[in-house]
Every structure is written in C-alpha cells, then in structure tokens.
Design a protein around this ligand. Structure first.
Ligand code: G1P
Length: 295
C-alpha cells in the first residue's frame, strides 16, 4: 500500500478531563482524579504515552476549574530540572512529561453537560481532520497499545473506529453498547450504538471502552445533539447518527483493560502493573502472597 492510499493521519487527540471525580473524594478534592498515581505515574500519563506511541502529536485537554495540575504535569519544571542537574540526579523519570511547545492545548468545558459536549468544546482545535479520543479512566495496557492497534486498523478501513470489549451482561447498563455486524478478525462492523441500555434491551455485551477515532463530521452532529441517557449530551448518540453515512468499525483490543474510574479497578490496575514491573514484581509478589496468607 502506498502512502497516498492511506486515510488522513490521526495527529490530534482529545482528552476529556473536566470531570469532578466525586467517586474518589476526598482524594480528589484538591487533586484532579487524572493525577492519581498508578505506582509512580499519574493516570493521565498512561493515556498520553499510549497516544504518543500511536503517533499522535497534539494533545487537546478539555479541562475545567481546579484541573491545572494536569497542565503543570506536562510543562517543563525549570527549577526542578536545574536543581536536579546541579545535584547530578538523572532526569530520565521526567522524560514522558515533555511535550513540545504548542503540542498541548487546553480548552475549558464550562458546564458539565456530558461527554458529547466535552468533545464538542474542542471543535475549533480539532478543525477539519480525523482525531482520537482517550477517556483516561480506562487504562489500556497492551503491546502495542490500544490506540496503536486502532490506528493500524484505521489505515486499512478508514472512517470511524471505537475500541470494544466484552463484559458480563449485568454490567452493560453502565456503558455504551454496540450492535455488532460482520466480524473480520479484530474488526467488527458497527450497525448500531446505544448508551447505557437496560440489560434486557442491550444489543450485545460488547461495550465501548474509552478509545475512539472519529471523523470531524461528528462535531457538526454534536452541535445539534439533544440530551440522552442521564440527561447528558452523549457522544454515543452522535456517533450512532454517523452509522450508514461513513464506515464505522469496532476494534477488539488485544490487551488488558482496567476500569480506573472505580476504586477496586484502580487497586487491580496498581497490583497488576506492579506485578509486571521488573523493578518491583518479586517484592510485590512476596507481599501479596503474605497478605493473602498463602506464604
Ligand atoms: C463513557 C461513554 C460510554 C463508554 C464509557 C467507557 O461513559 O459514554 O459509552 O462505554 O465511557 O468507560 P461514562 O463512564 O462517562 O459514564
């Protein structure tokens, strides 16, 4: 395949990070939930690393009041770096926080009207090109990462893509759910989409797991999108209107997913990642074994 036959590249990604994080209070009273660490990296860092691995250049954060720590995290900390250099300390740990000037843009979501509205707030920065969306609560660990797998699929089929995974049927009502069509390997045609359906009305148990590649037309649909599930402007409802107008596929992610929007999911992610990390896995395994009374 020659480069000219590839669809337009995905250079920009939107990160909706305006949420209040009430589920993690009081931890999130003064700190954005996206800054809670999984071991030594804040949650948002995992999503940004995944984006950069997939070739994304520009990060667009849709933020709100009290969320500036996220922007600080990706800024250059001149005094910190100078002091560390003076003391001959390695700056390696800071490497993932370096974003080229101009490649981090923030817009504010002034009113919490829902995910669809948050994405729409980024329309002027996204402009007229396809873009990715990351919901940082969903921690996706894979090799390659979830978005890289999606970009590879996008280079074959173009159009719109969402990552999906199977959940037990009693969990579907917490998510966006797809009506699946033809399946070809990891790719499934999307025939319909419904946000937070009742269990008995869900078209499948394949849920949208927080990664999207969308065409810019979705912004024009969002412009007129009314309120949906939970009284919020839902991205899922706007995407549903694009089915039939443009190609729409789901990618089944080959990797692990942790729902860090819930406390137990957060603990699971911390433990799972600690058990994978060479620098600590033996020690953590020994601790877990002891705590479980298995040692
Ligand atoms: C959002 C989306 C939903 C998706 C979910 C993934 O819901 O609206 O379609 O399945 O994220 O975490 P929320 O968790 O914001 O209610």
């Amino acid at each position: 395949m020659t480069d000219s036959s590839l669809p337009k590249p995905i250079r920009k990604a939107v990160f909706p990070v305006a949420g209040l994080g009430t589920r993690f209070l009081p931890a999130t009273k003064a700190i954005p939930k996206e800054m809670l660490p999984i071991i030594d990296r804040p949650l948002i860092q995992y999503a940004v690393d995944e984006a950069r691995e997939a070739g994304i250049e520009q990060l667009i954060f849709v933020t709100g009041r009290g969320k500036t720590a996220i922007v600080e995290h990706f800024d250059m900390a001149f005094e910190l770096e100078a002091t560390m250099k003076d003391r001959d300390k390695s700056l390696e740990a800071l490497a993932p926080t370096r974003i080229q000037p101009g490649n981090l843009v923030t817009v504010r979501q002034q009113v919490p009207l829902g995910l669809g509205h948050a994405i729409w707030c980024a329309r002027a920065i996204v402009g007229d090109e396809p873009f990715a969306i990351f919901l940082p609560d969903e921690l996706m660990i894979g090799q390659p990462g979830c978005m890289k797998q999606m970009v590879e699929a996008y280079n074959q089929v173009g159009g719109n893509l969402i990552s999906v995974l199977e959940v037990p049927e009693d969990e579907v009502s917490s998510y966006g759910v797809i009506a699946p069509g033809k399946r070809d390997g990891a790719l499934t045609e999307v025939m319909g989409l419904v946000e937070k359906p009742k269990r008995e009305e869900a078209p499948s148990n394949l849920i949208i797991s927080g990664r999207y590649i969308l065409q810019p037309e979705v912004m024009r649909v969002l412009e007129h999108q009314g309120k949906g599930a939970g009284g919020e402007i839902q991205l899922t409802d706007a995407m549903a209107q694009m089915i039939g107008q443009q190609p729409f596929h789901a990618v089944t992610f080959a990797g692990k997913r942790y729902d860090c929007g819930s406390k137990t999911g957060f603990v699971e992610a911390t433990l799972a990642i600690a058990l994978e990390r060479e620098d600590m896995r033996d020690e953590v395994r020994a601790i877990a074994t002891r705590l479980l009374g298995l040692g």
